[in-house]
Design a protein around this ligand. Sequence first.
Ligand code: FES
Ligand code: FES
Length: 161
Amino acid sequence: MPKVSLTVNGRAVSADVEGRTLLVQLLREKLGLTGTHVGCDTSQCGACVVHIDGKSVKSCTYLAVAAEGANVTTIEGLANGNELHPMQAAFKEHHGLQCGFCTPGMVMSAVDLAKRNSNPSEHEVREWLEGNICRCTGYHNIVKAVQAGAKAMAGAKAAAD
Ligand code: FES
Ligand code: FES
């Protein structure tokens, strides 16, 4: 059985996996990081989005062995201790969080967008989140939250620079 070694939320981990094991299975079943969800298993819903080397990826269609040596961040790794990540805080403040099932994937996708575009238009957010499905169709607040979170991330980065 192949062994995969990677960094997850800043922690070095290694695990024996089958060649067909998906990254989402490694995260949820071997590492107990159940904030990453499986909604469709067919790369459509976005509930499983994590970051690999800073970029959003659907972990239900990514082989665990392909993550060898990578730096993976899941929703559990976003907050700084008790302090929410600016995107998480924006989702809370703007009621972008509804059921909680799609939210981790939405937030992870949104953080990636905000790193590329600190002031996305409503259209740009909707286009970016095309691969993240909210079954309650409450996209309006999600879009507002993403725009606010992107601004907050840019502000936090400017303050740190
Ligand atoms: S579970 Fe991965 S996209 Fe739906
Ligand atoms: S908020 Fe998760 S499905 Fe709508």
